[in-house]
Design a protein around this ligand. Sequence first.
Ligand SMILES: Nc1ncnc2c1ncn2[C@@H]1O[C@H](COP(=O)(O)OP(=O)(O)OP(=O)(O)O)[C@@H](O)[C@H]1O
Ligand SMILES: [Mg+2]
Length: 253
Amino acid sequence: MQPLLKIEHVSKSFGHVEALNDVGLEVYEGEILGLLGDNGAGKSTLIKILSGVYRPDQGQFNIDGQLVHLNDPSTAQKLGIATVYQDLSLVDTRPVAHNIFLGQEPRKYNIFLDQKKMERDALSILERLHIQLPSVSVDVEVLSGGQRQAVAIARAIAQGGRLLLLDEPWAALGVEQTQKVRQLMKELRTQGVAIILITHDLSEILQDTDRIAVLRQGRLIGSTESGQSSQHEIIGWITGAIKGEIRSSARLQ
Ligand SMILES: Nc1ncnc2c1ncn2[C@@H]1O[C@H](COP(=O)(O)OP(=O)(O)OP(=O)(O)O)[C@@H](O)[C@H]1O
Ligand SMILES: [Mg+2]
């Protein structure tokens, strides 16, 4: 099976800091890849390169086997790479439906906002993802943190995202809301969306992911099927107490 995204030899320095050094990874449709590593390991830098925010010093990217150039955020987005940032970039004073289609609102005669269609389409994407909200016409500011997160993810999918980049999606969420976002990730996986998940929360990481990749000081030092590792080992890889192993660059077929 061909990976959705293949990254090869990605390096990036900021002055004397080598944030990433010759990193290679593959991500497949319908899989959740956990990207782990201590503070400063290079996780967010890799996410920003994939989302077109930073240009790598070196490296090559293939999507569906085709060489692509992730020159800027809109190019990455057009290629189906959708990033959900921690601030979620929602417009609080606009309704849910409007936020889902922000910048790509359906219009009548190419001019007037087609409110009815926007609400219908928003409802349909929320239903498809099993996201429950009080209504698509309430302003986003009245929603809970978990619901806002769900709206941001729905927008990423509505706007054509096939690979979702989630950088610490539950950093600000409570227990129940975290469970809902985890559930949503599983739903996305069944629909063929690929997810790269960054989290410092290792308690459920092996259950949440199909594979794990560990960065340490900018290098990929370990990767494994989630079922073939343990929390003890992963923590050891992250801290350097256990020597990492590259066991899987790709999902077993
Ligand atoms: N814009 C930047 N300018 C200078 N240095 C940067 C920049 N962005 C990242 N770095 C440095 O690159 C290294 C990797 O940072 P990065 O943010 O990718 O780490 P991270 O794995 O996301 O860490 P955390 O878990 O703390 O979010 C760090 O040493 C960081 O200080
Ligand atoms: Mg980070």
